[in-house]
Design a binder for this molecule. Structure first.
Ligand code: 3PG
Length: 324
C-alpha cells in the first residue's frame, strides 16, 4: 500500500499532501488528548497495568466493530500472519506498558524527553544486528544522550522507575520496529489500520494476564479511592474511556501515516509530536520546569533532529537511483 512514486501518486500530489497533513494533525492532537487523560486517570488511580490493558481492550473492540460493520475490510487471517505478529506485538506490549509505568511515576513531559532518545536505541540495536553507521550518525546521538542526562538530573519529578520505564519503552518500540520490518515482509498488503488492530488484540492477550498477577489484587480498593478523589464516578469513567479511545486513535493515525511515508520521516514526525506533547502537558499539569531541565530537553530534541538529518542524507541515494 505504499505509493512508491507511482503514476497515481504523481497525478494528485496536492490531495495526498493534504491528506497526510490531516493524518499528522490528527496523530498529534489525539496523542495530546491521550497523554492528558491517561495522566489524569493515573493521578487518582495509579495502576498503569490496568490502564494499559484497558487501552488495548478498547482498541480491540474498536477494530472488531469496524470489521463487523464492514467499515474497514477485515484482512484474511492466516496462521503465518498471526505467527509473524507474535514478536512485534510482544515488543509493542513491552513498549506500551513500560511507558505507562513511567507516566505513573514521573511528569509526562519527562517520560517524553527520555523517549525522544529512541534513535539512540535504534542505532545501537541495529548495529548489534549488523548495520554499519558512519561516524556522523554516532556523533549525532551524543547530544541526545547528553541532553537527556542533563534533563534527568535536573528533573523535579525524577525517580528511577520513571526513568527506567521510559528507557525500556524505547527498547521495546525499537525492537518492535526492527522485527516488524523483518517478519512482516511477506504481508505488505495488510494496511496500517489492520496491522495495528491485530497488534492490539495480540498485545491484550499478552498484557492482561500479567496485569492481573502484578496489581489485580489492588484494583477494587484503588477504584473506590479514585471515585472518592474525583468526587463523581462518571468523571473518572470518562477520563479512563478517553485515554482508551485516544490511545487507539493516535496509534491508528500513526500507522496510517507510516503507510505513506518513510520510517525516517516518521521518526522526525514522532519527535515533533513529543515537543507538542511536552509543551501541552507542562501547561495543563503546571509542572515546575528548571531552566537547566528545559535546556537539557531542548538539546536532546535538537540531537534527534541532527540524527534525522544525517540519516536522511544517507538514505537519499537509493531514492535518486530509483527515480533515474
Ligand atoms: C504508550 O503508552 O504506548 C506511550 O504513549 C507510547 O508513546 P509513543 O507512542 O509516544 O512512543
Amino acid at each position: 500500500s505504499s505509493p512508491e512514486g507511482d503514476a497515481s501518486a504523481d497525478s494528485k500530489p496536492k490531495s495526498k499532501t493534504l491528506q497526510l497533513a490531516l493524518v499528522f494533525g490528527l496523530w498529534y492532537f489525539q496523542n495530546i488528548v491521550f497523554n492528558i487523560y491517561n495522566k489524569k486517570a493515573l493521578n487518582v488511580f495509579p495502576f498503569p497495568w490496568f490502564l494499559a490493558s484497558f487501552q488495548l481492550f478498547v482498541g480491540s473492540i474498536w477494530m472488531l466493530i469496524l470489521w463487523s460493520l464492514k467499515l474497514q475490510p477485515c484482512p484474511k487471517i492466516s496462521k503465518p500472519f498471526i505467527i509473524a505478529l507474535l514478536g512485534p506485538a510482544l515488543f509493542h506490549t513491552i513498549g506500551h506498558i513500560s511507558a505507562c509505568v513511567s507516566f505513573s511515576k514521573v511528569a509526562v513531559s519527562f517520560t517524553h524527553v527520555i523517549k525522544s532518545s529512541e534513535p539512540v536505541f535504534s542505532v545501537v540495536f541495529s548495529s548489534f544486528l549488523g548495520d554499519i553507521y558512519p561516524l556522523k550518525v554516532w556523533l549525532s546521538i551524543l547530544p541526545i544522550v547528553l541532553g537527556c542526562s542533563l534533563a534527568a538530573v535536573t528533573e523535579v519529578s525524577f525517580n528511577f522507575q520513571g526513568l527506567w520505564g521510559a528507557l525500556i519503552s524505547n527498547v521495546g518500540f525499537v525492537l518492535r520496529n526492527i522485527y516488524s520490518k523483518r517478519s512482516l515482509q511477506n504481508f505488505k498488503e495488510v494496511d496500517g489500520l489492520n496491522l495495528y488492530g491485530w497488534i492490539s488484540i495480540i498485545s491484550l492477550f499478552y498484557l492482561f494476564p500479567v496485569a492481573v498477577v502484578i496489581e489485580g489484587s489492588q484494583w477494587i480498593q484503588g477504584y473506590h479511592k479514585a471515585i472518592e478523589a474525583v468526587g463523581k464516578s462518571s468523571t473518572f469513567y470518562i477520563w479512563v474511556l478517553l485515554s482508551g479511545v485516544f490511545y487507539h486513535l493516535y496509534n491508528q493515525s500513526s500507522y496510517q501515516a507510516l503507510d505513506e511515508i518513510s520510517p525516517l520521516t516518521f521518526s522526525v514526525g514522532n519527535t515533533m509530536k513529543r515537543v507538542v506533547v511536552i509543551i501541552s502537558t507542562v501547561l495543563v499539569f503546571r509542572n515546575p520546569v528548571r531552566p537547566l531541565n528545559a535546556l537539557g530537553s531542548a538539546i536532546a530534541i535538537f540531537g534527534t533532529f541532527l540524527y534525522s538529518q544525517v540519516t536522511a542524507k544517507k538514505a537519499k541515494k537509493p531514492e535518486v537511483e530509483k527515480q533515474n
